[in-house]
Design a protein around this ligand. Structure first.
Ligand code: DAH
Length: 344
């Protein structure tokens, strides 16, 4: 076949290829372009045939071939560009995000009221220089009772119905156990706060077999009951509100002497008497006292040089008072309808 004819044929088949369905995507077009213009493509093959063209025809045929090469090249390049642009546009359309579409609101939980109160207490006392110490929930008899001046057969052990794990191991009944661990390991000045779960074999509307306490302990030279009272006044106003006062009533705990029961003036009625304070104007919130000399001695702290006060409160009780919760069980059931109310 005459080379001119071949040139014509290639030109036609390139046009055909460009308009065919095979040429829809940029990648297909690149392959097709290669079929014509690649190293072993049809045009390159034709170029090799130049050898057989009569010398006088070579310039014209050469020009024809070159023109063909650049014309086809340009057409393919334009088609490739066009296809790429279209593909990009399609991709943008497909991947477009409608920013005006309302999102799905994920269900979130709320911080449990016990945790809210615990965090608030820690923050109040941390502000007064207390450090947090967390003791173990499984304690031995010594830390939970004996070292707290409550030896075996002491009648005060009856105040706390205990879950025993073995003769010597028990679920701690009070965070007071942590006081001993701290005093054994740290010399005064001591100022610690110890939150945690405690366990008692007790279960009714106001008692649960597991509940939480917050313990405090201060030991230094010259600490008196006045220091305890001053600190409690600050604490009461911060947790229950401005104007709330405290009062101390004599009580008994084996590990403190003297021991007190601490009341706050009723923050509901301001002290006039209401249902919350059962008409008395006062609400009992915690136990406290001056650390018993025997407890200090047992921990190797000289009670003639140092003195201290301690206090312990039930976190659930504070949460119930603060948020007006009338049944302690609500704090343990994990009912979403109840917990939702504590979302801020
Ligand atoms: N541990 C006592 C209880 O569980 C509460 C308590 C009273 C703690 C007086 C103290 C304290 O640190 O000084 O009933």
């Amino acid at each position: 076949m005459d080379i001119r004819q071949k040139i014509k044929e290639i030109e036609n088949s390139a046009h055909e290829a460009l308009s065919s369905k095979r040429a829809a995507l940029a990648d297909d077009l690149i392959k097709l372009k290669n079929d014509f213009l690649g190293k072993t493509g049809r045009i390159s093959e034709l170029m090799k045939g130049m050898r057989d063209v009569a010398p006088e025809d070579r310039p014209t045929v050469g020009k024809l071939l070159n023109d063909l090469r650049s014309a086809i090249g340009e057409k393919f390049d334009a088609a490739i560009e066009g296809a790429k642009a279209k593909e990009l546009e399609l991709r943008f359309k497909k991947e477009a995000v409608d920013v005006t579409m309302p999102g799905r609101t994920p269900e979130t939980g709320a911080v449990h009221p016990n945790t809210l109160v615990k965090d608030e207490l820690v923050s109040i006392f941390a502000g007064m220089g207390f450090e947090v110490f967390e003791g173990p929930e499984i304690e031995n008899d010594y830390y939970n009772f004996t070292a707290l001046n409550t030896p075996a057969d002491h009648p005060a052990r009856d105040m706390q119905d205990t879950f025993y794990i073995s003769e010597n191991l028990l679920l701690r009944t009070q965070t007071s156990a942590g006081q001993i661990r701290v005093m054994e390991n740290k010399k005064p000045p001591i100022k610690i706060l110890s939150p945690g779960k405690v366990y008692r074999s007790d279960d009714d509307a106001t008692h649960s077999p597991m509940f939480s306490q917050m313990e405090g302990l201060v030991v230094d030279k010259g600490i008196t009951l006045c220091d305890l009272k001053g600190m409690l006044d600050v604490f009461a106003e911060r947790i229950f509100g401005k104007g709330v006062k405290t009062r101390l009533r004599p009580s008994y705990f084996p590990f403190t002497e003297p021991s007190v029961e601490v009341d706050v003036s009723c923050f509901e009625c301001g002290g006039k008497g209401c249902r919350l304070c059962k008409g008395t104007g006062w609400i009992e919130v915690l136990g406290a006292g001056m650390v018993n000399r025997r407890v200090l001695e047992g921990c190797g702290i000289d009670p003639d040089v140092y003195s201290g006060f301690a206090f312990g409160m039930g976190i659930e009780r504070i949460a119930m008072l603060k948020y007006g919760v009338n049944n302690m069980k609500l704090l343990f059931e994990g009912d979403i309808r109840f917990l939702k109310q504590f979302k801020d």
